[in-house]
Write a protein that binds this ligand. Structure first.
Ligand SMILES: NC(=O)c1ccc[n+]([C@@H]2O[C@H](COP(=O)([O-])OP(=O)(O)OC[C@H]3O[C@@H](n4cnc5c(N)ncnc54)[C@H](OP(=O)(O)O)[C@@H]3O)[C@@H](O)[C@H]2O)c1
Length: 285
């Protein structure tokens, strides 16, 4: 399928656009001819990030939105559609990560995680679908995670929200297929972004980006190619994570062994007072 022109003149909103994968999506969308509304919660960060893309100043706008607040999300989406005359694409990408032993997670932690990584996506879809239905066209792209396809030990909060995002997006993908609205789910794995350095409250700690993490710009470019082809679930980088997902889904013994080994190594780290982050050799799969 020729997808070269898929993004030309499209009106796109990208939440969490000031950083990491969201920023890379904004830049790649601009390169491909879209008009981008870069959304973020911190005005200074958004202004700075948009400043880096000043060469596209005629096609970049900014939105200040904290995605845990439904009214802010609703207003940003409705205002954009009113200003631009339509909304072609919504990237519900803002999110946070969290790794730690389940027994240490408080109900307040659960709430922050579900508000940020799941309700935000529901709010975005809730606001965008009526606009896109009226237009008879649109594409909603939700950022889930490889952790929205494969269970990862010591990430139960994160897994809960991301599995929900994958299920929600896939369900709507089929439901709206005849109504002109496309849905795609981005499932990144180990992309080099600041998410690894951030706490649940958004505070930034020491640099912890895993060695060999995949570049965000390459991830964004790959994802936009697949989105233009109307793929549903998009795993990036494709390998070895697609194989891992498929094997995990059917209960392949090698995948089970990998998961139990990861849990065992992480439990040991926790017992030694360290953060659980061990990953067994991918060659085990
Ligand atoms: N990097 C990976 O390996 C990886 C893997 C799987 C999934 N993901 C997913 O990819 C998405 C983007 O993450 P990233 O890796 O690019 O991390 P990132 O660089 O930290 O970007 C996350 C973005 O979301 C924003 N955000 C967080 N909470 C928000 C809120 N309440 N309101 C508005 N914006 C908010 C952040 O704003 P601030 O800059 O103000 O914090 C930031 O712009 C997330 O959904 C994440 O779960 C990433």
């Amino acid at each position: 399928m020729d997808t070269t022109d898929y993004y030309r003149n499209k009106i796109c909103i990208v939440t969490g656009g000031n950083s990491g994968i969201g920023y890379a999506l904004c830049e790649e969308l601009l390169k491909r001819g879209a008009t981008v509304y870069m959304a973020g919660r911190d005005p200074a960060k958004v202004e700075q990030a948009a400043g880096h893309l000043a060469m596209y100043r005629d096609r970049i706008r900014t939105l200040i939105v904290d995605v845990v607040h439904q009214q802010q999300v609703q207003k940003a989406i409705e205002d954009t559609a009113a200003e631009a005359g339509r909304l072609d694409m919504l990237f519900n990408n803002a999110g946070i990560g969290h790794t730690g032993p389940y027994e240490k997670d408080t109900l307040a932690d659960w709430k922050v995680m579900i508000d940020t990584d799941l309700w935000s996506v529901i709010y975005g879809i809730h606001a965008a679908v009526p606009i896109m239905l009226k237009q008879g066209t649109g594409h909603i792209v939700n950022t889930s995670s490889i952790g929205g396809l494969i269970p990862v030990s010591f990430q139960s909060l994160y897994n809960t929200t991301k599995f929900a995002v994958t299920g929600l997006t896939e369900s709507l993908r089929y439901e709206y297929a005849g109504k002109g609205i496309s849905f795609s789910t981005l499932c990144p794995a180990f992309i080099a972004t600041a998410i690894f350095n951030k706490g649940l409250d958004g505070s930034v700690g020491a640099e912890k980006i895993p060695e060999g993490a995949y570049p965000a710009d390459k991830a964004a470019s790959y994802c936009l190619d697949r989105v233009a082809e109307r793929h549903g679930i998009i795993v990036v980088p494709e390998e070895p994570f697609t194989t891992m997902w498929r094997r995990s889904a059917v209960g392949d013994p090698a995948a089970e062994k990998f998961m139990f080994t990861m849990a065992h190594l992480r439990r040991k780290e926790v017992e030694q007072g360290k953060a659980p982050q061990a990953i067994p050799p991918l060659s085990m799969l």
